[in-house]
Design a protein around this ligand. Structure first.
Ligand code: FPP
Length: 255
């Protein structure tokens, strides 16, 4: 964290949520926030709980973040739930996560309806267990008409795989190399039609992209926090947004 941001962080840690909200410029919020929800396992281990309990607590943090983003009027929120590399985890943990995704989606569907949140899934869903796929399809169908916010869940997602997939799609459509543009490429990514993330949040102190939205994050501002994902609260989200609003986004231009 840069020095000035550390000071800001220290300052905000002493004031409450309402103070943070009062200094937030609601006319300059990100159009898209992407989150790498990291640290569920460590959160659980620190308290002598199983990793599964950490993932379950991670769902609570995600619910709170979704609600806060809807209230703030953030149009798109993306959350990295399962990467193409996460299959390398013990089978017991992978099975638990797949079941958790299905159960959570069913349990949280009323929230999607109440807040009018549209679900979008990115990643190769065909490799997921049938039950998880079926509940995801139900979630997609039932929320397709909503426009308050789009929640993008990345499941069995990898940025490199997405880029290869987009390239294959473009070749299959018979485009000649000379007509290929960044826009055409973006139209063939899973995130077609969505704005690129302005802000990437990663919890748990790790400083990596871990194969998340490699093309789309080109000009995102990064906010890294030591907070473990299950402890990430509305106040932490506000701190991230305040830090984002202090950044000087130049997009490669000189001042
Ligand atoms: C990273 O923490 C977290 C995950 C791989 C799973 C994220 C999933 C959730 C928060 C549940 C979301 C639910 C739905 C329905 C999308 P980690 O296990 O890598 O933590 P560690 O680095 O401390 O081990």
């Amino acid at each position: 964290m840069p020095f000035s941001e550390k000071k800001l962080h220290e300052f905000y840690s002493e004031v409450g949520e309402s103070e943070r909200l009062s200094v937030l410029d609601t006319s300059a919020l990100p159009a898209h926030i992407a989150i790498i929800m990291d640290g569920n396992g460590r959160w659980a281990e620190k308290q002598g709980l199983s990793r599964s309990k950490g993932h379950a607590a991670g769902v609570d943090a995600l619910r709170e973040t979704i609600t806060a983003c809807v209230r703030l009027g953030i149009p798109v929120l993306s959350a990295y739930a399962f990467s193409t590399e996460n299959w390398k985890r013990p089978k017991k943990e992978v099975d638990f996560l797949m079941q958790l995704f299905a159960d959570t989606l069913i349990k949280e569907l009323p929230l999607f309806h109440q807040e009018e949140v549209k679900l979008k899934l990115i990643g190769d869903l065909s490799e997921l267990p049938k039950k998880t796929q079926d509940t995801f399809q139900k979630g997609l169908r039932e929320t397709a008409q909503y426009g308050n916010m789009t929640l993008v869940l990345a499941v069995n997602y990898g940025g490199r795989a997405e880029i290869v997939r987009a390239t294959k799609r473009i070749v299959e459509q018979g485009y000649k190399p000379e007509v290929l543009t960044e826009d055409l490429f973006a139209q063939n990514l899973y995130t077609e039609g969505l704005p690129d993330p302005d802000l990437l949040i990663r919890t748990s102190g790790e400083m990596r992209l871990s194969n998340f939205l490699l093309f789309q994050l080109a000009y995102a501002e990064f906010y890294l926090t030591d907070t473990l994902w299950p402890d990430f609260s509305r106040s932490d989200l506000l701190s991230a947004l305040l830090a984002y609003q202090k950044r000087n986004r130049r997009f490669g231009k000189a001042k």
